[in-house]
Design a binder for this molecule. Structure first.
Ligand SMILES: C[S@@+](CC[C@H](N)C(=O)[O-])C[C@H]1O[C@@H](n2cnc3c(N)ncnc32)[C@H](O)[C@@H]1O
Ligand code: SF4
Length: 406
């Protein structure tokens, strides 16, 4: 939904913890193992010091905004322990007004959690835990370089629930080379057994520059297959929906009311401040990002400087492109009157092809069908290219312009 005139969009804080015990072969996030970092400014305590400084800087800069959601992500936030995670929340509370019901999530890796850890972060004000499970199959975890056993993620989710967390997400990765349909069925069952109220599941992406990319290039592993990924998506979706977890974003399912409000803020054009090395922020159409290396980021804050590494003012066209890309992936879809005329015609064609819901379309909304979800990227591209084709008098000039020049 568009924000009404004068009503500010929801405001959230993202906090990036750039530490991992080991690097998973598929991951290209801004994260470092202990041996890759040297010097105090990159230690967990140095990081916490700098994070406190940036939280204070954020409060001075954004002024009177109420924090509705906080998401501490990584990297591996659980690696810095419950006391430091609680100190992050204490800093947010001392610098900002925080909503009475503020969703406060931390990502955690199964192997660096325990019942004491969960009790500690619950005390520290966290309301939601997101655990990286990835798969219930040992041989799939091995391909992904995960260091935990299949059972540890389920046990960690149960420990979080026993500690008092009602809100627990498990992350899955599907279509990993070597995974079978049965492996994914077992992963879905394990997630449901663990009592998760939310699941995020992404097909394995082979990111440039990762160890996985090198293994695929050398022919040691086959590249993930798009058709297999589509079948696995359908399998997982059917399993989760049968258990009452509805899809609310193409790659996210939850029990009713357990949607991640922080991520919805990103997808619905909300405002957020990203604290931490390499973190991205967005306020009223301006986007900026911090310098990437933890030591440089902490050094700038210690010197009283902004840790910003770059920024861009999004043009109206870029904001439109981003809105279509993100909102169309939501189950609520987007109002047809937010599309330009050429994209509205393309939406009509997509509805005729069975990619958009006919009832929603008749009621003025573009909402993906089950088949449309499998082809979500194509639907988005068709809508955006229709706009470009219109601007170029009928000649499409290539792929849509993505924000940030991606
Ligand atoms: C950056 S991780 C942070 C959480 C935590 N460190 C962990 O690994 O569980 C967030 C999630 O992104 C997903 N992810 C990261 N890289 C991916 C890739 N190349 N393909 C698919 N999913 C990926 C994984 O499911 C992971 O749990
Ligand atoms: S997937 Fe998670 S644990 Fe693995 S390297 Fe990336 S951030 Fe670290």
């Amino acid at each position: 939904m568009a924000h009404s005139e004068g009503v500010p969009p929801p405001f959230g804080i993202y906090v990036h913890v750039p530490f991992c015990a080991t690097r998973c072969g598929y991951c290209d996030f801004n994260t470092y193992t202990a041996s890759e970092l040297a010097g105090d400014a990159s230690s967990p305590d140095g990081w916490l010091d700098a994070a406190r400084r940036e939280i204070a800087l954020a409060a001075r800069t954004v002024g009177d905004r109420t924090v509705q959601t906080v998401f501490v992500g990584g990297g591996t936030p659980s690696l810095i322990g419950a006391d430091r995670l609680s100190a992050v929340m204490a800093a947010v509370r001392s610098e900002f007004r925080v909503a009475a019901y503020c969703e406060v999530t931390t990502e955690s890796n199964p192997e660096s959690t325990s019942p004491e850890f969960f009790a500690g972060i619950l005390d520290g004000g966290y309301t939601r835990v997101s655990l990286g499970m990835q798969s219930a199959a040992r041989h799939v975890l091995a391909v992904l370089d995960r260091t935990h056993t299949p059972g540890r993620a389920v046990a960690a989710a149960r420990e979080a629930r026993a500690a008092g967390f009602g809100r627990v997400n498990l992350d899955l990765i599907y279509a990993t080379p070597g995974e079978t349909d049965d492996d994914l069925r077992r992963s879905a069952d394990a997630v449901l057994d663990a009592g998760a109220d939310h699941v995020s599941a992404y097909a394995l992406i082979v990111e440039d520059g990762t160890a996985l990319h090198r293994r695929v290039r050398r022919g040691e592993l086959p590249a993930p297959d798009d058709d297999v990924a589509a079948t696995r998506y359908e399998l997982l979706d059917a399993r989760l929906q049968a258990a009452g977890l509805h899809w609310y974003e193409v790659s996210n399912w939850s029990l009713p009311g357990a949607e991640c409000r922080h991520n919805l803020g990103y997808w619905r054009d909300g405002d957020w401040w990203g604290v931490g090395p390499g973190a991205h922020s967005h306020l009223a159409g301006v986007r900026w990002w911090n310098v990437k290396h933890p030591a440089r980021w902490a050094g700038k804050l210690a010197a009283g400087e902004s840790p910003e590494g770059g920024r861009e003012d999004l043009t109206a066209d870029e904001r439109y492109t981003e809105r279509v890309m993100l909102r169309l992936r939501l189950a609520e879809g987007m109002a047809l009157d937010q599309l330009d005329p050429a994209a509205r015609s393309a939406a009509g064609r997509a509805a005729d092809e069975g990619l958009l819901e006919p009832v929603g379309y008749a009621a003025g909304r573009a909402v993906l069908t089950d088949r449309g979800r499998l082809l979500a990227d194509r639907v988005v591209t068709d809508l955006l290219l229709a706009q470009e084709r219109d601007a170029n008098h009928g000649v499409a000039t290539g792929r849509p312009v993505l924000p940030g020049g991606a």
